[in-house]
Design a binder for this molecule. Structure first.
Ligand code: MN
Length: 501
């Protein structure tokens, strides 16, 4: 247990120096937490080991893994920041301090808690790896939540569902989002959780009846067709995403086809089509269910081929075909773009990776006077930091709407991507571009047609704002915008010194 080899084996082409750094952090943390136990009585080191392992599983490099080992050593133990800096340098110290909660004296209760979140946001706006460590730390805390005193559990689970899982989602790290959501779901909505678990179990059994035989036959057919390099796995929809989807489908389970799916991962794009050809040559597909997201990626950049086929013995199975690169992008998001040689971002071959384009820094942040030191930090995180400075006590509630709800992607006439919460209007768009554009908006076109500025935007819309020097915001606008950011700017434009939102 807690064997460092486990973590090293997860690292991608580590150098000797990388391995040495990770080992050193492992040993340092082991010593620092030697006499320290968690609520359930097990050694505290188990927690930092699990956190470091979660980080390695995302494909992050030695620096981030080392910081994962050290992330609780300053807060809980008698290790000083100076010691960390002396042993590991200031980069790792920055990451560790970013994750460390506030000192215990200055704040109390919720106030302290909110201030800790603010501090986290500020740190992650300078280095996104701080957030990745925090999410991996939270994942293990959720996995061991049953050992926390009951009255704290619900608060932690709610916060996970409302803040941390959406943060993972906005970074495109689906793997973390899924795990965090499912773990929190059980505590926040225990009855629904049990209900969904039953539905999923039944569905899984139905599919698995046919799956084994189908998988064997499929392997045979692939071999006949000359496809030898591939891996196959079977995934079941996560509990929380099924719960949300069922709400959209008004509880009709039979209408949801992708509850479980067989996944085939191959080296090249050409192999994807070859595999599709082999499958359709042997099994009949459901005509409406063939989707080529490689030729036409989803707006969020997702790429894969989906087809749903009759297995021939009464079963229906969805098959997803993709390359290794597509798979990593879909599962690990921004983490798959931070190279194992940290600091260099790998180039993606996916020109349509809109979510990535939308979260990476644009000129907009400089327009707003937000310093952009690191090039790897998404613009929206920097905006979030600016935003919370202006927002008051309720900033957590405000950012839930503006930053963590389901997103849509819309375009400027030049093709820049702006992502906004679902149900945003033209007004929200204008203020998201720039306060002056919102404040002097005179009219707008969506997809080339003149529309009312109260119009709700749809995913993929192209939006053009017309401004006039004399144009001013009106009270009515407040009723037609979604984001707190737009509401606040409009109120300021109307001369309300203390907008009551
Ligand atoms: Mn921790």
């Amino acid at each position: 247990m807690n064997d460092i080899k486990e973590i090293i084996s997860l690292m991608q082409n580590p150098t000797d120096k990388d391995v040495a750094l990770v080992k050193k952090a492992y040993e340092f943390a082991q010593k620092a937490h030697a006499d320290h136990t968690r609520n359930n009585g097990e050694p505290y080191f188990n927690h930092v080991f699990a956190t470091a392992k979660n980080i390695a599983e995302l494909g992050m490099g030695a620096t981030t893994i080392a910081a994962g080992f050290l992330h609780d050593s300053v807060e809980d133990m008698k290790v000083t920041p100076e010691e960390i800096e002396k042993e590991f340098g200031n980069e790792i110290l920055f990451l560790v301090e970013g994750v460390t909660k506030l000192g215990k004296i200055r704040y109390q209760g919720t106030e302290r808690h909110n201030e800790s979140l603010r501090k986290l946001f500020v740190a992650m706006s300078q280095d996104i790896r701080v957030l990745i460590i925090k999410l991996c730390d939270r994942l293990h805390n959720m996995q061991t939540l049953e050992h926390i005193p009951k009255e704290k559990r619900l608060r932690i689970a709610k916060e996970t569902l409302e803040i941390y899982a959406p943060l993972a989602y906005r970074l495109g790290i689906k793997k973390l989002q899924r795990d965090l959501e499912d773990l929190a779901f059980a505590y926040v909505y225990p009855e629904d959780f049990e209900k969904i678990k039953k539905i999923l179990k039944k569905k899984k059994e139905e599919v698995e009846e046919h799956l084994d035989k189908f998988q064997k036959n499929l392997k045979k057919e692939l071999a006949k067709g000359g496809v030898t390099k591939f891996s196959m796995d079977y995934r079941v929809k996560s509990l929380y995403s099924l719960y949300k989807k069922l709400q959209r489908f008004k509880g009709d389970v039979e209408a949801i086809y992708d509850i479980s799916a067989l996944r085939i991962i191959v080296p090249e794009i050409a192999d994807c089509y070859k595999v599709l050809g082999i499958i359709h040559g042997s099994w009949r597909p459901l005509p409406e269910r063939i989707k080529d997201y490689i030729a036409s990626p989803k707006l969020n950049g997702y790429r894969s081929i989906h087809t749903t086929i009759f297995t021939g013995d009464g079963g229906i199975v969805e098959v997803q075909i993709r390359t290794e690169e597509m798979h990593k992008e879909a599962e690990y998001g921004i983490a798959s773009h931070i190279s194992y040689k940290e600091g260099l971002r790998k180039k993606t071959t996916n020109p349509n990776l809109l979510w990535l384009r939308s979260i990476l820094p644009r000129k907009r942040s400089e327009d707003l006077g937000i310093p952009s030191k690191s090039t790897d930090v998404p613009t929206w995180i920097k905006e979030l930091v600016e935003y919370q400075k202006e927002a008051g006590e309720d900033f957590i509630d405000d950012i839930k709407t503006d930053f963590f709800e389901e997103r849509i992607f819309v375009f400027t006439p030049k093709g820049d991507v702006i992502d906004l919460p679902k149900d945003s209007s033209v007004i929200d768009f204008a203020y998201a571009i720039h306060t002056d554009i919102g404040g002097h908006m005179a009219g707008a076109k969506v997809n080339g047609k003149f529309v009312a500025i109260s119009t709700t935007l749809q995913n993929g819309d192209r939006v053009e704002i017309e401004t006039k020097k004399s144009a001013k915001p009106s009270q009515k606008w407040l009723e037609h915008c979604k984001t707190t950011m737009a509401k606040r700017k409009i109120s300021q434009g109307l001369g309300n010194k203390h907008p009551n939102l």
